[in-house]
Design a binder for this molecule. Structure first.
Ligand code: NAP
Length: 243
């Protein structure tokens, strides 16, 4: 494919798998991490054994200045950005009545402001290039809402709203914007689920399993190659929710 691709939250989980699979397709990957430096270095070393070079860069995507630095690093090194994958995210769980301002602001900051900052910093270069693609990883909860996850659900619904609006605004500049809204995927994010809760979800899922990071990475790869899909929210959830 030979594209320059920024992946946020590439140190662990879904983003790590996205970075791996796209780097194996001959793309230049800028893999962003924040706290998990050891995991990011391990990812780089794992790919070096396959003779694949990736860039790893630290930054907190809830901060404008870090997003700007990540984008400028990429432009300085590769002179273009073909694809931005806004994947970094956190989950928060609390009764609505107990959510503090701090929890609310952190969730919106990491999950939604980051998409605004990274996209705004990147789009100015994509407009000059007259092409580009933004892929946002939102969540099924942004579509259907989750009890005790109001902040998380709002942040992800906001991401999908940004996807649709930006697709309309940027389509004439040949920039596509899409969301992938995963159902339950087997990553650290779900470490707190009990085996009973997991079993219940599997029982409610027509494909009788939870998702793997690879399931999301395959859809990302397809969106990277595609040229006529924009403004869509693609939910990959094993049939757990069928609209
Ligand atoms: P994960 O395993 O917990 O990984 C989260 C990633 O986000 C890590 O690489 C982490 O980097 C990064 N991150 C968190 N806060 C950050 C910050 N402030 N700045 C920069 N990076 C930050 O989660 P995951 O399951 O792979 O989730 C990836 C995305 O999929 C998220 O947006 C999540 O909401 C969404 N999603 C997940 C599921 C699921 O069931 N797993 C379902 C629906 C949607 P460091 O560790 O380096 O800080």
């Amino acid at each position: 494919m030979n594209k320059v691709i920024i992946v946020t939250g590439a140190s662990r989980g879904i983003g790590r798998e996205i970075a791996k699979s796209l780097s194996r397709e001959n793309n230049k990957i800028i893999a962003c991490y924040n706290n998990s430096e050891k995991e990011a270095i391990e990812l780089k070393e794992e790919l070096e054994k396959e003779n694949i070079e990736i860039d790893i860069i630290k930054g907190d995507v809830s901060k404008r200045e870090d997003c700007k630095r990540i984008v400028e690093y990429t432009i300085d090194k590769y002179s273009r950005i073909d694809v931005l994958i806004n994947n970094a995210g956190i989950s928060t769980y609390n009764l609505f009545t107990d959510i503090t301002d701090e929890e609310w602001n952190k969730t919106i900051g990491v999950n939604l402001n980051s998409v605004f900052f990274m996209s705004q910093e990147t789009v100015k270069y994509m407009i000059k290039q007259k092409e580009g693609s933004i892929i946002n990883i939102s969540s099924i909860w942004g579509l259907v809402g989750a009890s005790c996850e109001v902040a998380y659900s709002v942040s992800k619904a906001g991401v999908d709203g940004m996807t649709k609006s930006l697709a309309k605004e940027l389509g004439p500049s040949n920039i596509r914007v899409n969301s992938i809204a995963p159902g339950l995927i087997d990553t650290d994010m779900n470490n707190d689920l009990t085996s009973e809760e997991l079993e219940n979800i599997i029982n409610e899922t027509p494909l009788c399993r939870i998702g793997k990071p690879e399931d999301i990475a395959k859809c990302v790869k397809w969106l990277v190659e595609d040229t006529f899909t924009t403004g869509q929210v693609i939910s990959i959830n094993g049939g757990w929710n069928i609209i």
